[in-house]
Design a protein around this ligand. Structure first.
Ligand code: NAD
Length: 480
């Protein structure tokens, strides 16, 4: 084995494996996807256990957001892979006649996946699915902040998958930096904008393409939906979008609500009533990941002006590192809670004179990963779609977009760039290579110097696909 100054000799094994061509074969890709499927089925209980240890996730939540989500994703890739790898036909302009062209998908090479702790299995394996599907070799570094999940991946991936082509390397920022010191063909990063910048800087050295799946403050516009049935559903969906998935520690969690002043009291009452049935028992919501994040969240409430804006919850159990699901109304806009991504169980409500003001509010801040909006007002929906910019928009629900393989997932601006899930994952880890096949049948001399006005005119016709004018021109029946 070759020696490497940083002890990462195994990277050369992965590189050689990719260069051997093994990962390109369709049968290898399918066998690896099936192996992953087996891992998810046979190790389901272990995954539930590690997610409980790291994040206190209930099995149902763990299945919905990680095991089940991944199983569905693998199935989708296996079902569609033949179609995705088939070269697609490209049309050629007249200047290239006669010829054919195809878009042929080729793998990028050796991919580095750096993932984070809040969905430690899903955010490591969902990129892996796309990377394998596209025929790459992969190195994954899971997050050190979910140690049981990270150890689970490091132990089990080698038991199920091809050891030369897929490696899990455990460690924290130091290991991340070491890995970034190597040359990769693609880096897929999920995490904070701060480390996203570190990743891009390292990638620039080798001109390595990157996908950055970052976070930010995702707003939820709440219009005064009429009809008590619809309001009940809306409130459940808001609660699900804040506390129902990793207790607000999700990139797609609602960060804050934007509500018309006159609807605020009604909404808070509805939220309080429904929260009693959905999220009042700590064992049904995930725990705060660690002391650092617990203290970070507590410190958001230390600001007296923020503390005085709490209208529900707010109690803290330091021993159990538990923060009650908390609602705040109009904390100062320049306070930490309204400037930084909250990533926890605190939900500020910002009141507005008119619900339409929400658009300027959002436009005045960095582009979020998602905008949620509850409204049946079609004119407002249109305005939100046309006037705001975000990774995506979901009307009248939360989080649901994430589990749809047909919907691309990714951010814009501060919330990242690049997209994945389903076919978008395959594309993210592939290079669509155009292959042009020319014949020697015809040759247009007007493509070459020496130039004259006649050639210029023929070139004009050519780019306009104007067969008729070219024929007339050659027959001497039509001059420019
Ligand atoms: P982070 O950026 O601190 O860490 C992410 C990964 O990078 C970890 O594996 C970590 O070990 C590694 N890392 C940290 N410092 C590094 C360095 N200097 N060099 C190389 N690697 C380094 O992420 P975090 O703060 O733990 O995660 C929370 C953030 O992730 C939030 O902003 C959240 O919104 C975002 N997030 C985004 C998505 C998404 O899909 N868009 C999903 C989950 C979380």
């Amino acid at each position: 084995m070759e020696h490497s100054a940083d002890g990462l000799e195994q990277l050369s094994v992965v590189r050689r494996c990719f260069e051997s061509g093994k990962t390109r074969s369709l049968s290898w890709r399918k066998s690896q996807l099936k192996a992953l499927q087996r891992l998810l089925v046979e190790r389901e209980k272990d995954i539930f256990r590690v997610l409980k240890e790291d994040l206190g996730k209930h099995q149902a939540e763990a299945f919905r957001d990680e095991v089940g989500f991944l199983g569905k994703s693998v199935d989708y890739h296996i079902a569609n892979l033949d179609k995705w790898v088939t070269p697609t036909k490209i049309s050629i302009p007249l200047l290239g006649f006669p010829s054919t062209a195809q878009l042929v998908q080729e793998p990028l090479g050796v991919v580095l996946v750096l993932s984070t702790w809040n969905f430690p299995i899903a955010l490591s394996l969902e990129p892996l699915i796309g990377a394998i599907s596209a025929g790459n070799a992969v190195v994954i570094k899971p997050s050190e902040l979910a140690p049981s999940s990270s150890a689970f991946l490091a132990t089990n991936i080698p038991l199920f998958m091809d050891n030369e082509a897929v490696k899990v390397i455990q460690g924290g920022p130091d290991m991340g930096e070491k890995l970034l010191g190597h040359k990769w063909d693609k880096i897929f990063f999920t995490g904070s904008p701060r480390v996203g910048r570190v990743v891009m800087t390292a990638a620039a050295k080798h001109l390595t393409p990157v996908t950055l799946e970052l976070g930010g403050k995702s707003p939820c516009i709440v219009d005064s939906i009429s009809g008590s049935g619809d309001r009940e559903v809306m409130v459940k969906r808001i609660i699900g979008g804040k506390w129902g998935s990793c207790n607000g520690q999700a990139c797609l969690a609602i960060d804050y609500l934007l509500v018309e002043e006159k609807f605020t009291t009604t909404l808070v009452d509805l939220l309080k009533t429904t929260m009693k049935t959905l999220v009042s028992e700590p064992e049904h919501i995930s725990k705060i990941v660690n002391k650092h994040h617990f203290e970070r969240l507590c410190s958001l409430l230390d600001d007296p002006l923020v503390a005085s804006s709490v209208v529900h919850g707010g109690s803290i159990d330091h021993e159990k590192m538990y923060i009650e699901p908390t609602i705040l109304i109009d904390p100062p806009l320049n306070s930490e809670i309204m400037v930084r991504e909250i990533f926890g169980p605190l939900l500020p409500i910002i009141t507005l004179k008119k619900i339409e003001d929400s658009i300027d509010f959002i436009k005045g801040r960095p582009k979020p990963l998602v905008i949620y909006a509850f409204t049946n007002n079609e004119a407002l929906k249109k305005k939100i779609v046309e006037e705001t910019s975000s990774g995506g928009i979901t009307f009248n629900d939360t989080l649901i977009q994430y589990v749809c393989d047909t919907i691309p997932f990714g951010g814009i601006g501060q919330s990242g760039f690049g997209k994945y899930h389903g076919k978008f994952s395959f594309d993210t880890f592939s290079h669509g290579k155009p292959v042009v096949r020319r014949s020697f049948l015809t040759e247009f001399s007007f493509r070459y110097p020496p130039w004259d006005e006649d050639k210029l005119q023929l070139l004009r016709y050519c780019y306009k696909f104007d067969y008729l004018r070219i024929i007339l021109h050659y027959l001497g029946l039509k001059k420019y």
